[in-house]
Write a protein that binds this ligand. Structure first.
Ligand SMILES: NC(=O)c1ccc[n+]([C@@H]2O[C@H](COP(=O)([O-])OP(=O)(O)OC[C@H]3O[C@@H](n4cnc5c(N)ncnc54)[C@H](OP(=O)(O)O)[C@@H]3O)[C@@H](O)[C@H]2O)c1
Length: 225
């Protein structure tokens, strides 16, 4: 069987980069999307040029995603899975203190970026009866007092359920991954007692490698402490 291709947004650091490493170990080819071309190039060097390509871009720009998916199909021949993972938090939480300009910037990534990734890759996934994985959050499953970030992740969970229903019609699958706190550059300070990005990457690969009869629609993982 020829190798399958996974397109990853937010692939330059944290959960996305670690998922690229896990996927290549499992025999997948990966296309890496994020803004930091230097980090993507370094990851391609690490993973090997047979297995990985860098397709840099900004998830807030639909044209960047259209071009990156086209380049991935051209290079590897097909796209069997997409991991829509790029996202960010807010420096200032809450409504009174919160900065509406920062909310807009976050929504452009966490909400519109998900939609542009979906729109750019839907036909490619339909052609392979493929698999869409979205990074939600523990914060997208429960209410958190005044949190605008949490509300953006509720959107992701809603979209994932709707896409699971849609994609089932043509043999596709959709999974939302909902981690609690993960030790990544998402935070300004290390979180050594929390989940590692490897833990989340393992969850993504569990969903992607599941037999075709098994649609893993949600994985919720929390640090033990
Ligand atoms: N860490 C946690 O505790 C936690 C928990 C639950 C869910 N999550 C979610 O997990 C996902 C990944 O976060 P992480 O923890 O791995 O943090 P991270 O290391 O900061 O990764 C964020 C990734 O998103 C990319 N990105 C940000 N803005 C982008 C844009 N406009 N266009 C393209 N790529 C963009 C970043 O790359 P560039 O800067 O190079 O563009 C980076 O690769 C996010 O959706 C986050 O909300 C994180």
């Amino acid at each position: 069987m020829s190798a399958k291709t996974l397109f990853i947004t937010g692939a330059s650091t944290g959960i996305g980069a670690e998922t690229a490493r896990a996927a290549v170990r499992d025999g997948w080819r990966v296309a890496l999307f994020a803004r930091s071309q230097d980090k993507l190039d370094a990851l391609v060097d690490e993973l090997g040029h047979e297995a990985a390509i860098a397709v840099p871009g900004d998830v807030t720009q639909k044209s960047d995603l259209d071009a990156a998916i086209a380049r991935t199909e051209e290079h590897f021949g097909s796209v069997e899975a997409v991991f829509a993972n790029a996202g960010r938090g807010l420096d200032t939480a809450g409504v009174s203190e919160g900065d509406p300009d920062e909310w807009r910037d976050m929504m452009e990534i966490n909400v519109m970026g998900m939609l542009w990734t979906l729109k750019a890759s839907y036909d490619a996934l339909k052609a392979t009866q493929g698999h869409l994985v979205l990074t939600g959050s523990a914060a997208g499953r429960k209410h958190i007092k005044g949190s605008i970030y949490s509300a953006s992740k509720w959107f992701v969970h809603g979209l994932a359920g709707n896409m699971a229903d849609d994609m089932r019609d043509w043999g596709g699958r959709c999974t939302v991954i909902a981690p609690g706190m993960v030790d990544t550059p998402f935070f300004d300070s290390p979180k050594p007692e929390k989940l590692k990005p490897e833990d989340v990457a393992g969850a993504v690969m569990h969903a992607l490698n599941a037999p075709k009869r098994a649609a893993v629609e949600e994985i919720f993982l929390m640090p033990t402490n």
